[in-house]
Design a protein around this ligand. Sequence first.
Ligand code: WTA
Length: 650
Amino acid sequence: MDQQEIFPPPKHFSEKAHIGSMEQCEALYKACAADPEKFWAEQARNLHWFSPWKQVLDWSNPPFARWFIGGKTNIAYNCIDRHLSSARRNKAAIIWEGENFEQRILTYQELYRRVAKFCNALKKLGLKTGDRSIIYMPMIPEAAIAMLACARLGITHSVVFGGFSAEALKARIQDLSASLVITADAGLRRGKEIPLKPNVDEALPECPTVKHQVVFRRLGSKVEMKAGRDHWWHELTDGVSEQCAAEPLDSEHPLYVLYTSGTTGKPKGVVHTTGGYLTQVLSTMKWVFDIKDEDIYWCTADVGWVTGHSYVVYGPLAAGATTLMYEGAPDCPKPDRFWRIIEKYRVSIFYTSPTAIRSFIRQGDDFPNAHDLSSLRLLGSVGEPINPAAWKWYHRVIGKEKLPIVDTWWQTETGCIMISPVPGATPAKPASATRPLPGAAPDILDENGNSIPVGKGYLVLTRPWPAMLRTLHGDPERFKQNYWSRFPGKYFTGDTATRDEDGYIWLLGRNDDVIKVSGHRLSSMEVESALVRHKDVAEAAVIGAPHEIKGEGIHAFVTLKAAAKESPALADELKEWVAKEIGSISRPEKILFVAGLPKTRSGKIMRRLLREVVSADKVVGDTSTLEDYNVILKLTQQGKEEDEILAEKK
Ligand code: WTA
C-alpha cells in the first residue's frame, strides 16, 4: 500500500462542515482526553433526559461498565418526540423505496403516530418493559417502527437478519427467551418472495417462551395464522389510540441484543444499553457524517446488522435527519439501481460497504456515469477493509474527485464508529481509517502485550466508552473471556492493524476465526457445525479465503464418512445444506474433499495452516504442534493440482 498518498479534505466541504479544521478536531480530541467524563457528560446533554444522572461512569467492576448512572431517558423519545415541537415534525424521517419501486415517505409526525399505535397494540398483548422480542423483518419502514416501539416501551429487541434460516432464527429466539416475534409474511429480493413467517413457524415449536407472533402483510403471501398466537399487524393496530407516552427508562436499560459470530459455533448476544449508546451514536453521527437538517442520508446496510441499528435507525433519527431505506438488491432490475435512487431522491450522504463498491467496479463506470450524482457531498465505507483501488474508484467515479470519503472502523461490540476521518478536517490516506475519534483509545500490541508505536499488531481499546457492549446475553463469563483476557484490562478487538508514523491506523483484517463475507460476519465454527450435521460428513474445517469482490469467501475442507463418496454433486449438496442450515450468506464458495485435517496433538484444527495453503500454497510458520505434517503436504499438493486444472481450463 502506498502510505504516502494523501487527500486533504476538500475546501468547499470544510468551509461548511460542523468540524472544518484540524484545530477544531484537535480541540475535541484534547477535551476528551483531558477529562473523558466531563466530555461525555457534555455530549449526553444533547439527549433529552427525564431525570438527570448522578454519576457519569462506573468502572469499579471492570469489564462491566455503567454510564450515566441513575439517569432516565428513552431512545424512541429522542428519535421522534423531540422533533415534534419544531418544524422537523413535517420533515421526512424515513424515505423508503421498495424493490418493486413502491415508495413511502414518513414524516416525523407520521412516524410518531405509527410507533405509538404499534406500542398500544403490543400493550394489548400484555407486553411490557423488561420483556424481550425478536424482529425478523425485511427492509421496510415497519422494521424501524417495530424497533422504535420496543425501545419506547423498554422491550429489549433482537433483530435477526431476514436472510437467516429457520434454524439460525430458532437458536437466537431460544438464547434470548423471547416472548414475542415480529415478522412479515415475506420479503422481496430480486423479484422473488423470500418467506419469513413460514421460517418463524418452523422455529416456534421448539421455542416455548414465545407467546405472540405479530405479522406485517408486506406482499399478501399466503401464510397460516395460528389462533391465539399469531396476529396481523394491521388488525392489531386497527382502532387503537395514536398516543402513547414513552417509558422513562434507566440509562442502563438493555435496548437490544444483537447476535454476532464469534470463534465458537454459538453466536454471541452482544448487549447494548440506552443512555451511553445513544449519546455516542449521536455524537459520531455529527462528527463523521457532518449531518445537517437538509441532508438526505442513505446507509445501505440491512437493519439485521449493527450498522442498520446505529446508522440507519437510531443515529440519523436521533439527529432529526432524513434516513433512506431501500428494500432490495443493488442490481435489481439493473446494476444501476443505487445510482437511480441517489439521483431520484437527491441523496447527499451515501454510506456503503467495500464489497458493494467492488461489485460496482466490476459492472463498469457506465452505470454510475449515466446518472446525476451531483447531490452527493460525502461518501462512506464500513464493514471490512477497503483496498486502495476500490477507495480510489469510489473517489474518482462516484465522488468525481471532489468528495471526502469516511472509511469507518467499528464493530457490533463497539456500538458506534471508533476510528474514522472527520471529513472536513482529517487528510485521508486511501484504505486507512485514519485516526481514533474522541472516546476511542486504541493501541496496537505485540504478542506479549507491549505497545507498538509504529508497526503491525493486535488492535485493542484501552478505555471504556459510552456505547460499548455491556456483556454477552446470559454469559458474562464468555464476555470476560472473549474480550478482556487476551490482554488483561484491555478490550481485544480480534483485528490486526498497522499504525504509521503519522499515527494513522490501517485495518488489515481479523486475527481470529471470524470470516467477513461481503462484510457479513460469520464464524468458521458455525459453518463447520452445520457441515458435520450432514449425514456424509465426518469432519470439516472452514476458513475465509481471499475473494476479489466479497473480500473473503468460505472454503470448506471436508473429510467424509467411510460409506460416502466424494463427487461434484455432493459438493453442491453440501453448499446448499449450509445455506439452508444458516442462511445463503454462509454458502461455501468451495468444498474441498480431503483425506485428513491438520490438527494439533490436542485435536484442535489448525485453520491457520489451511489459510496459508489456500493463499500462499505453502506452509510457513510454526508446525511443531502438528499431529501429522503429511496432511498438510497432501493438501498443498491437492491445491497445486486444482490450480493446474483451473489454469488449463482458462
Ligand atoms: C471489520 C461492522 C476494516 C473488522 C460495523 C471488525 C473493518 C469487523 C472496517 C466488525 C473498516 C469493520 N476497515 N475492517 N472500516 N469496519 N471492519 O461486527 O474486522 O459486523 O472487527 O461490525 O468488521 O464487524 P461487525
